[in-house]
Ligand binder design. Structure first.
Ligand code: SAH
Ligand code: SF4
Ligand code: F3S
Length: 499
C-alpha cells in the first residue's frame, strides 16, 4: 500500500478539500501517514492569500528536491490555490513536482496520483510524466460548464463517512468560488466563479454526517449569504436553506456558517437565525476596513455606514449575537487617520474577535497593478499591533461580562494552555485583579479541556478526555482576553442564548 502524506495550509475550504481528497485516495488503497519522510506520495494543499502562506510551501518543496534525486518513485503533488495561481511556472523553480491540481479540478486528483505513481515506478530516473489540471488552462474546454460543475459536485458527494470516524465537527460546502473581486484578493482567480450546490445534496450530506455522530456542522462559502439556487422554477435562498436544514435534520445540535458578506444580508436570513434554536448566533462578517475611501479602493461594495447598519440590524434581531471580523492594515495609501477608523469600528461593533492581516500584494490582483505597496512594513506592523490592542481590550470586556454565566460547550480536546497566566493570543496580558488565582493541580484522569461556546468563544475547564466531542454545560468562573475559564455543571442553570 503506498503511503500518503497530505499537509494542508489555508482556510476551512482547504481543510474540507483535503478531507474529501484523502477519503477518495484512501478508497483507492493509499494509506495516510503523518510522517512525510517515509511517504511514497507527498501532497501539499496550498494557500495563496498572503505571501507568507506561500513561503511555507516553497520551503517544503525545497526540501523535496534532494529526496527526489535519491527516490525517483516519490510522487510530489501541489494542489489548491497556489497551484492554480502559480500555474506551470512552478515547474521552472521546482521541476521535481509531479502533480499540479487547482481547487476547481480536485475531482481529477485520484486519477492523477495513480498515473504519476505508475509512471514514476517505471523509471529509474527522477520522474518522467507530469500531471496538470488547472482551471486557468481550460482543461475542461471540451466539456460544458455544467458538466464541469457536475463533475466537481461528485467530489463533495463522494464523501465517505464511516461511523468509526467519530467526527463531532464537520464542514459542508454550500458555495464554491467567489464573484466579488476585492482588489487585494486572489480567491476569485484561484477558486473560480461562484457556484451554488443543490440544496438536496447539501441536506443529504448534513444528514449523513449527523447519522455518523456530527454534533456541529459548519456550512462553508466565501460569501455564504449570497447562496441562491434555482432549478425547475424552484428558488432556494440562503434563508430557505437554513430553515430547510434546521427542519430536515432535527438531531443536529449546532449549525453554523462562514463567511458572511456585509452587503445583501437579508432580514429573512437574520430571522432564520433568530427563529431556529439550533442555528448558532454567530457571524463572521469581515469589515476589512473602517474608512470609506479605502473600502472603495478595496472594491468591497459597501460603506462603513452600511456596515454599521448591518451590525445594528443583526443585534436588533439577536441582542446576544456574537460577531467576528477581519481587517487588512496598511492597504496602499492608507493614512494614520484612515487607519484610526478601523479602531473606531472595532469599538462600535464590539467584535468577539478580529483576524488582522498586514496587506500583502498578490500577483494577478487588481491592487498590485494599480497601487504601490507604499505603507512601510514598520508602519504596517505598528498598525497591526495597535488594532490587536484595541480588539484585545474589547475581548477582555466581553469576556469579563461572561463570568457567572452558564454556557454550552462543545469539547474539542485537551487544552494547549499550560498556564492560566500564559499570554493571550494577542500577546497582551490582562490587568491586575483580572486573573484570579486558581489551582491548576488536577485530580487523576482529569485534564484541562478546551471547547467552544455557540458564540465561538474558547472555554477551558477541567474534565476527562473521554468527554471530547460532547456538548456540556460549563459555568464561567474567570476570563482572559482570548479565553474563558469555567467549571462543568451537572444540572444546568438557565443557558445563555448565543453563548
Ligand atoms: N471571503 C472572505 C475572506 C476570504 S480570505 C471575505 O470576503 O470576507 C480571508 C481573509 O484574508 C480576508 O478576509 C482578508 O482579511 C485577508 N486577505 C485576503 N487577501 C489579502 C491580502 N492580499 N493581504 C492581506 N490580507 C488578505
Ligand atoms: Fe476575496 Fe473579497 Fe471574495 Fe472574500 S469576497 S474571497 S475577500 S474577493
Ligand atoms: Fe487560501 Fe485559497 Fe482559502 S487562497 S484562504 S486556501 S480560498
Amino acid at each position: 500500500m503506498p503511503k500518503l502524506y497530505l499537509e494542508t495550509f489555508g482556510c476551512q475550504m482547504n481543510v474540507l478539500d483535503s478531507e474529501l481528497v484523502l477519503s477518495q485516495l484512501r478508497g483507492q488503497g493509499y494509506e495516510p501517514t503523518d510522517d512525510r519522510h517515509s511517504a511514497d506520495v507527498i501532497i501539499y494543499n496550498t494557500c495563496s492569500v498572503r505571501e507568507h502562506a506561500e513561503q511555507k510551501v516553497w520551503s517544503r518543496l525545497g526540501e523535496l528536491r534532494e529526496r527526489k534525486k535519491n527516490e525517483p518513485h516519490l510522487v510530489v503533488g501541489v494542489i489548491g490555490c497556489m497551484a492554480e495561481r502559480e500555474g506551470t511556472d512552478i515547474f521552472r523553480r521546482h521541476p521535481h513536482i509531479d502533480i499540479l491540481c487547482g481547487p476547481a479540478e480536485l475531482d481529477k486528483l485520484p486519477a492523477m496520483v495513480h498515473n504519476a505513481c505508475v509512471t514514476n515506478r517505471q523509471s529509474d530516473q527522477p520522474r518522467v510524466g507530469r500531471q496538470v489540471a488547472l482551471m486557468g488552462q481550460s482543461v475542461r474546454r471540451s466539456s460544458t460548464l455544467q458538466v464541469a460543475r457536475d463533475e466537481l459536485e461528485m467530489l463533495d458527494l463522494s464523501r465517505a463517512i464511516s461511523p468509526g470516524d467519530q467526527m463531532s465537527q464537520a464542514y459542508v460546502r454550500i458555495t464554491r468560488g467567489c464573484n466579488k473581486f476585492c482588489t487585494y484578493c486572489v480567491v476569485p482567480y484561484t477558486r473560480g466563479p461562484e457556484v451554488h450546490r443543490p440544496p438536496g445534496n447539501i441536506i443529504e450530506e448534513v444528514r449523513k454526517l449527523v447519522d455518523s455522530g456530527a454534533k456541529e456542522v459548519t456550512l462553508l462559502g466565501q460569501t455564504i449569504n449570497h447562496y441562491f439556487f434555482e432549478q425547475n422554477g424552484r428558488r432556494t435562498t440562503f434563508a430557505d436553506l437554513l430553515y430547510q436544514i434546521h427542519e430536515a435534520v432535527p438531531d443536529l445540535p449546532r449549525l453554523r456558517f462562514v463567511t458572511s458578506f456585509p452587503r445583501d444580508f437579508t432580514d429573512e436570513a437574520l430571522q432564520a437565525m433568530r427563529d431556529c434554536p439550533r442555528i448558532c448566533r454567530y457571524l463572521h462578517v469581515p469589515a476589512q476596513h473602517g474608512n470609506n475611501r479605502i473600502l472603495k479602493l478595496m472594491n468591497r461594495g459597501y460603506t462603513i455606514e452600511q456596515y454599521r447598519e448591518f451590525i445594528d440590524r443583526a443585534r436588533d434581531y439577536m441582542p446576544d449575537i456574537s460577531i467576528a471580523s477581519d481587517f487588512i492594515v496598511g492597504f496602499p495609501t492608507e493614512t494614520d487617520e484612515e487607519f484610526e477608523q478601523c479602531c473606531d469600528i472595532i469599538r462600535y461593533a464590539r467584535f468577539k474577535n478580529s483576524f488582522i492581516f498586514k496587506y500583502s500584494p498578490r500577483p494577478g490582483t487588481v491592487a498590485i497593478d494599480r497601487f504601490d505597496d507604499d505603507v512601510p512594513e514598520t508602519v504596517k506592523r505598528e498598525r497591526n499591533n495597535r488594532l490587536l490592542d484595541v480588539q484585545g481590550e474589547i475581548c477582555a470586556q466581553n469576556n469579563r461580562a461572561m463570568i457567572g454565566k452558564t454556557v454550552e460547550v462543545m469539547v474539542e480536546g485537551e487544552s494547549k494552555l499550560v498556564s492560566r497566566r500564559a499570554k493571550s493570543n494577542t500577546g497582551v496580558e490582562l490587568g491586575a485583579g483580572f486573573q484570579r488565582k486558581q489551582s491548576v493541580s488536577l485530580s487523576t484522569n482529569q485534564t484541562q479541556l478546551v471547547g467552544r461556546t455557540r458564540g465561538d468563544q474558547v472555554v477551558v475547564f477541567e474534565g476527562d478526555l473521554s468527554l471530547k466531542g460532547q456538548l456540556l454545560d460549563v459555568v464561567i468562573t474567570d476570563a482572559q482576553q482570548m479565553t474563558l475559564f469555567g467549571k462543568r455543571v451537572e444540572s444546568p442553570a438557565e443557558l445563555v442564548g448565543a453563548s
